[in-house]
Design a protein around this ligand. Sequence first.
Ligand SMILES: C[S@@+](CC[C@H](N)C(=O)[O-])C[C@H]1O[C@@H](n2cnc3c(N)ncnc32)[C@H](O)[C@@H]1O
Length: 260
Amino acid sequence: MPFTADIKKKELKTAGCGYLRFGCPFGKSEDSTHQIRALPKECFSPPHKPTPMEEYYRKRAQEYESVYYRDDPERQLEQRQLAEEMKQAVKGLKVLEVACGTGYWTQKASETARSILATDAVEEVVAIAKAKDYSCPVEFEKADAYSLPYKGYDAAIANFWISHVPKERLDNFLKGLHATLKPKGTLFMADNNFIEGIGGELLTKEGDRNTYKKRKLKDGTETEVLKNYFTKKELQQLFGEDAEIVYGRCFWAVTLKAGS
Ligand SMILES: C[S@@+](CC[C@H](N)C(=O)[O-])C[C@H]1O[C@@H](n2cnc3c(N)ncnc32)[C@H](O)[C@@H]1O
C-alpha cells in the first residue's frame, strides 16, 4: 500500500515523528526547508483494526485449506471443473486476485496466467500463500477488497469471497473490482452453494437480508460469520445477461467480460 499520499505535517508531528533534514525518497514536504526521510509506516496511517471477518480468517489460517479436501467425489469433481473454468478464463492474462487466502486458487490460476498480483487483507493467510510454488510470476500485497488501489489488469479473480460481502456492499465491491480492469477485462468468481450440514448452522436475522453461519474452529471457539448464498437467477441479475454461469451442486462459477 502506498503510504506517501496520506502524509500531513500535523499527523507526523502528532505521531512524534518530527521532520528530518536528509534526502527525501518521497519529495519535498509542505515546508521546503524540511524534507521527510524514510519514516516508520505507523506515521502515515492509523493502525488498521482488523474487522471480525479478518480476525476470523487470521485464526483460521492454518486450518482453512481442509475445506478443499472433503471426502466427497462429486465435490472434488466440481472443484476440478471450477479450476479448469478459471484457468481458461485467465489464460495468458495479467491477473489481480482479491481475497487470495492461502493461495489455493492462486496456484491453479498460475498454471495458465501470465502473472498474478494476489491480495488479501489478512497477513497470516498471505504468509501461507507466499510459501508456495507457482507456475507464473506471482506477487503478494495486503489489500482491502473494498478499496482496491489497482488499475489496468486483464482479469480479476475473487474466489469464495463474495459470499462474505454484505448485500448492502455488493454494488460498491463490484464497482471497485471492475475499476481494476482494462476495458473488456475478464472477471472470474466462484463460491459455495448452500448444502445442509456443511460449514455450520445457517442463521437468519429479522430485518437483515444477509445470512450467517456459526463456525467452529479447531480450538473450540465459535464465530458467527456472514455468509450469503446465491441462486442462479440472483447471479444472473447481479452479473448481467452476458455472464457465463456454471451452477453445480456444491459450487457456482461466473465468467464475465467487462464491457462486453
Ligand atoms: C473464504 S476465504 C477465500 C480465500 C481464497 N480465495 C480461497 O478461495 O481459498 C476469504 C478470504 O477473505 C479474506 N478477507 C477477509 N476480509 C477481507 C477484506 N476486507 N479484504 C480482502 N480480503 C479479506 C480472508 O483473509 C480470507 O482469506
